[in-house]
Structure formats: structure tokens, C-alpha cells
Design a binder for this molecule. Structure first.
Ligand SMILES: Cc1cc2nc3c(=O)[nH]c(=O)nc-3n(C[C@H](O)[C@H](O)[C@H](O)COP(=O)(O)O)c2cc1C
Length: 311
């Protein structure tokens, strides 16, 4: 059983410490562990060229990135696909994961299993689970989008999240060693990740503390519904996983989010929900290629406009 830890944040900082506590717990249960800090990796940012997706869609070729072989991505992603479990530990910066995580995960598109499958390279994604950790100097009010954002990266790689934790009020590097409750929570997270690797993948469930409104992904970000590309509209939906439903009060006045009967139709945690989005992207791209002549005629207005450039 292989558990890979990925940390961002400072050397010997709070993220590394919590990740290491989780790895120590995994080792106690017999796991083989390894880790790296994103600050030690060479990762060229995604240029947004979409060559990876166009290679698959237009030529049925492997979705190789234009940066392939120029940085550490292939090596890291090979380790990631061989791991049974991940411990991801990233500090909250401006309520979101520290930017280096986003630079890393924007590069995941060519490694996405749905894309690899569409290119005929794989049958299915490997069975993998993850525990997500964030830390921050403030209360959870200033960390609101971090775990949800980390979770987005996980479903993009078809990885099931089994535990999540937020260490609040830890500002200076090493601050978290003063907080036994968080050290214990990280240990438990390491155990949950490791134990989840030993059971039938279909039976893997979320084992962590309830973080929020959504009964499907346990996150705390709800939005008012808006029509999807195929017309489906929910009254409210989870901004992270896309589960749809409504808020209802029970007899005691407690308000809960209740899933609609078809509330999982666009849920991104499941393959069907993600495939639905794949169909949406295909449809949107088609509307461009069908009108490419009109687009070309309108482009010179912007191509020929040359206001003062500062870089
Ligand atoms: C640019 C920047 C933005 C930050 N924004 C937040 C924030 O929005 N919420 C929060 O709780 N902490 C914030 N912090 C504090 C860090 O999350 C905190 O110091 C954390 O412990 C750093 O993790 P590390 O020790 O692993 O590097 C911010 C720190 C920096 C440098």
C-alpha cells in the first residue's frame, strides 16, 4: 500500500507537519510512504493552449502536454497514479489554496483519466483515495474555499476524498505543534486514508467530520441554481460538486439541504456527471467551428488594436 504526501507551504511549516503526522500514522498501519513539497518541483505553468484536449478530440492522439519532458510533471504524475492514497496539505492563501497548488493542478488536464480513456490509452482510473488538509492563520471564515478547491482537483483525477481537515489559528511555521487537537486530527486522517485503501473501492466512504451543507461532498459552498447547458435547473446547488436540491427546515427548525430526486444528474463527483460536462464542452466547441468564418471576420478589430503595452 503506497501513500504519497504532497505539501505546499514553508519548509517545516504547518502544512508539512500535518502531512508528516498523517504519513507517520499511515506507516504505523503498514503503508509505504513518500512525499514532496511543491516548492521543490519544477512545474511550468499551463499556457491554456488546449493542445492536449484538441489532440484527443480532433486526432484521437495521446493528450500530451506541450511542456512534456521539460519539467517534473511526468515524474510526479507517475508517482500519483501508482499511489493508493494521497495526503494533500496546502495552506490557505486569501481563502483559497496557495497558488502553487493551482499551478500544479492546472497541468493535470492532459493526465486526466477521462481524457486518457477518450484517447484509448486506459480503461479506467486507478482506485485512489485522498485526505485533504489545509491550515491558516485565521478562523475558518478566512479559509472558506480552500478544501472545496482542493477537492475539485481530486475529482478531476477521479480520486475519492475520504477525510478533510482545517487547522485554524496557525500563523508561524511550526505553530501547529502547539495544537494537539490538529495533530490528532492529522493522525486520524492518515489512518482513514490508509484504511480506505484496504477496502473494496465501491464501498469507500467519507470518514471525516461533516464540514458543511452538502450531503454528497460535505462542503459548505451553496449557490442559487442557474440553468445548465441542457436546461436542467435546480433551486440551489452545491458550488463544489454540483449536487442539486433545496433547503428545508425539519420540525425543530433546523435547516438542511435536501437533494432533489434528480439532484445527482450533474454531480461532478461521479463519472456520469463529469461525462455530462464533457458533452457540454464538445457542444460549445462545435458552435465555434460552425461559425469560424464569422469569428475570423470579427477578430481584426482586436488583433489590430495596439494600446500601450506595459510588458
Ligand atoms: C499571501 C498570504 C495569504 C494568506 N491568506 C490567508 C487566509 O486567507 N486565511 C488564513 O487563515 N491564513 C492566511 N495566510 C496564513 C497562512 O495560511 C498560514 O501562515 C499557514 O500556516 C502557512 O502554512 P505553512 O506554515 O505550511 O507555510 C496567508 C499567508 C500569506 C503569506
Amino acid at each position: 500500500m503506497k501513500i504519497l504526501g504532497i505539501a505546499a507551504g514553508r519548509k517545516n511549516g504547518n502544512s508539512e507537519i500535518l502531512m508528516k503526522e498523517a504519513l507517520l500514522a499511515a506507516e504505523e498501519l503498514g503503508a509505504e510512504t513518500s512525499w514532496f513539497n511543491l516548492h521543490d518541483a519544477k512545474i511550468i505553468p499551463c499556457t491554456g493552449c488546449e493542445v492536449c484536449t484538441m489532440r484527443v478530440a480532433m486526432k484521437h492522439e495521446s493528450p500530451d502536454c506541450v511542456h512534456k519532458g521539460k519539467d517534473d510533471m511526468d515524474r510526479i504524475m507517475a508517482e500519483l497514479s501508482e499511489a493508493d492514497g494521497l495526503v494533500v496539505s496546502v495552506p490557505s492563501f486569501c481563502m483559497q489554496p496557495q497558488g502553487i497548488w493551482r499551478i500544479f493542478t492546472d497541468r493535470w488536464l492532459p493526465y486526466e483519466w477521462a481524457l486518457q480513456k477518450a484517447a484509448g490509452l486506459v480503461e479506467k482510473a486507478p482506485d485512489r483515495v485522498a485526505g485533504l488538509i489545509t491550515c491558516g492563520g485565521s478562523t475558518q471564515n478566512w479559509m472558506t474555499m480552500t478544501l472545496a478547491s482542493l477537492n475539485v482537483s481530486m475529482f478531476m483525477q477521479s480520486i475519492k476524498v475520504v477525510d478533510m481537515m482545517m487547522a485554524t489559528g496557525v500563523a508561524r511555521p511550526g505553530h501547529v505543534v502547539l495544537k494537539d487537537n490538529y495533530i490528532e486530527q492529522a493522525k486520524k486522517l492518515g489512518q482513514n486514508v490508509t484504511n480506505s485503501c484496504t477496502i473494496d473501492y465501491d464501498k469507500v466512504e467519507y470518514l471525516g467530520e461533516d464540514q458543511g451543507w452538502c450531503p454528497v461532498c460535505h462542503h459548505n459552498l451553496m449557490k442559487k441554481g442557474a440553468p445548465h447547458w441542457d436546461g436542467l435547473t435546480f433551486k440551489y446547488e452545491c458550488a463544489m460538486c454540483g449536487a442539486g436540491g433545496d433547503f428545508r427546515a425539519d420540525e425543530s427548525g433546523d435547516v438542511k439541504f435536501v437533494l432533489a430526486d434528480n439532484g445527482l444528474e450533474h454531480c461532478r463527483l461521479f463519472t456520469e456527471g463529469r461525462e455530462n460536462h464533457g458533452a457540454e464542452i464538445g457542444m460549445i466547441q462545435k458552435t465555434f467551428f460552425e461559425n469560424i468564418g464569422e469569428a475570423k471576420a470579427k477578430m481584426p478589430r482586436y488583433e489590430n488594436y495596439k494600446p500601450r503595452k506595459i510588458l
